[in-house]
Write a protein that binds this ligand. Structure first.
Ligand SMILES: [Zn+2]
Length: 256
């Protein structure tokens, strides 16, 4: 019989990840954090416009109250924060470049250096990647495979999936939904209620830590905690990191 697997994936390595990991620990959730090794310690902001976030290097004093912090953890803080049994670290490109226009050399620099730096820092092979702004090309895919990366995560928003099936042989993986999708809770309820079947079923939630500071119903730690509580209470759902989606032999028992 197939398993029902739940995983989360968070991008950018910002300070809010600490609070996410403490919720993961509380509810037995496992997941993957995608980091850019060239940006440790960088501070910028996200400006909220009509509920959507845009990067901003500085706060514009003319629009107070519309910004949330995008403060990336320092290298030392990252090592402390993500060295946790519930957490896998994956790459997000050395400098978080948009990746669909990169040459072979640029792709190598952006991918291989990041994988090498993160593997060195955390002491295990980095096998996952998430594309900044869901952008990539053939050069990037080649660089990922040459660096030993096993899977690369794309991004989705407001696209409700048809089912919860997951192709273990795929290199490009699409999450089930974003934590900001208005249907996330209803979809999770459907997943939890669904009987297990022959193939594994996966609910893959993705987002950014800073989105939980938006102060909206969906963009809040309270909303994420509600989703985690639902998973934690479901007896037949097994929590895994993104990497463990591909190797589920040992995940029969929920990690608490
Ligand atoms: Zn990003």
């Amino acid at each position: 019989m197939g398993k029902k697997l739940f995983t989360v994936s968070y991008d950018d390595g910002t300070e809010q990840d600490r609070r996410i990991i403490s919720l993961m620990e509380q509810y037995g959730i496992k997941g993957t954090f995608n980091l850019s090794s060239g940006l440790f310690g960088k501070k910028s902001y996200i400006r909220l416009i009509d509920g959507r976030g845009r990067s901003a290097a500085e706060k514009d004093e003319a629009h107070p109250g519309q910004y949330v912090d995008h403060f990336i953890l320092s290298k030392e803080e990252a090592l402390r924060t993500y060295s946790h049994p519930n957490v896998e670290v994956a790459s997000h490109g050395t400098h978080h470049l948009v990746q669909n226009g990169l040459s072979r050399e640029e792709a190598r620099e952006e991918i291989a250096r990041d994988v090498e730096a993160l593997s060195g820092l955390f002491g295990y092979p980095i096998v996952g990647h998430a594309f900044p702004k869901d952008s990539y090309n053939e050069n990037v895919l080649d660089a990922l495979r040459d660096s030993g990366v096993r899977y690369a995560r794309r991004a989705c928003h407001l696209q409700k999936p048809r089912d919860f099936f997951f192709d273990k042989n795929a290199f490009l993986i699409m999450p089930t939904c974003s934590q900001l999708d208005p249907f996330a809770e209803e979809l999770l309820r459907e997943f939890i209620a669904a009987p297990a079947c022959k193939e594994d079923m996966v609910f893959f939630l993705w987002g950014h830590g800073y989105e939980l500071d938006y102060g909206t119903e969906l963009g809040s730690f309270a909303h994420l905690e509600k989703l985690f509580q639902m998973v934690s209470a479901a007896k037949d759902v097994c929590c895994v990191t993104n990497r463990e989606l591909f190797d589920t032999e040992n995940c029969g028992i929920k990690q608490k």
